[in-house]
Write a protein that binds this ligand. Structure first.
Ligand code: 0O2
Length: 214
């Protein structure tokens, strides 16, 4: 038996009554933001250097969530949305160097208040568009009324060069929304992604040379 596909309007109406559900994700975002700000302060104090250049949190927009529920064709229940959609809460951390990304990954893996569910390494295996970033699908703890809840979230970690490419590509695609961006432009974006990765690699080489000569 086939499940009737829920219409976008029905999804929208249902989600409007889910305030209590979304609040848990907002709480998780506050926790994560403060965790990473503490890491930044601690590493600066201990080592004089922090891998975190800057960070930004975001709640998935209702429109993007509705599209994802529709695309995945999942039941419209809080349980199923929590199980199948892991990026309602998201934090993006921007670093200066590629090594910093993996240093942060290792740190997150070692923490007891984070559980890593999935690792998507789009640096080793970039997306067809040229997109590079490390995505960690995690669960993080929040304590509400003496209860410990594990809330799913996505952590995106990337260098400034990767971040510049991704935000510019996003803007270009946004401009073309509804239409397909021309193939030549897509190819050019892939080439630009490779060029910016070279910049990342050369910066890393330079940093390693300087560190080894200290
Ligand atoms: P939003 O709501 O705008 O932030 P899955 O979660 O596994 O079912 P999904 O969502 O496609 O599948 O996961 P993916 O591709 O690992 O991560 C999606 C997010 O990565 C996007 O958020 C972007 O932030 C980023 N991303 C992925 N591919 C590209 C790309 O080609 N260009 C740019 N600029 N960013 C990309 P959303 O989905 O837009 O959600």
């Amino acid at each position: 038996m086939y499940k009737e596909k829920t219409s976008l309007e029905l999804i929208q109406t249902a989600l409007k009554n889910w305030r209590g559900f979304f609040i848990q994700y907002e709480m998780a975002l506050y926790e994560m933001e403060s965790d990473f700000k503490i890491i930044d302060l601690e590493w600066k104090a201990r080592f004089g250097y922090s891998p975190i250049e800057h960070l930004k949190t975001r709640m998935k927009t209702l429109q993007s969530l509705i599209q994802k529920i529709d695309k995945k064709n999942i039941p419209l229940t809080q349980e199923s949305v929590k199980k199948h959609i892991k990026d309602i809460a998201g934090i993006r951390i921007v670093t200066s160097f590629i090594d910093d990304i993996y240093m942060l990954k290792k740190h997150i893996e070692e923490r007891e208040d984070y559980r890593i569910i999935e690792i998507k390494d789009y640096i080793k295996d970039p997306k067809q568009s040229g997109y590079k970033s490390l995505h960690l699908i995690i669960e993080t703890q929040i304590i509400v009324s003496n209860k410990v809840l594990w809330i799913p979230a996505e952590i995106q970690i990337r260098t400034s060069a990767m971040d510049f490419w991704a935000s510019t590509e996003h803007k270009l695609n946004y401009k073309y929304q509804g239409k397909d961006i021309p193939k030549e432009a897509k190819d050019q974006l892939v080439e630009l992604s490779k060029a910016s990765y070279l910049l990342d690699l050369e910066m890393s080489t330079l940093r390693n040379q300087l560190l080894s000569s200290e």
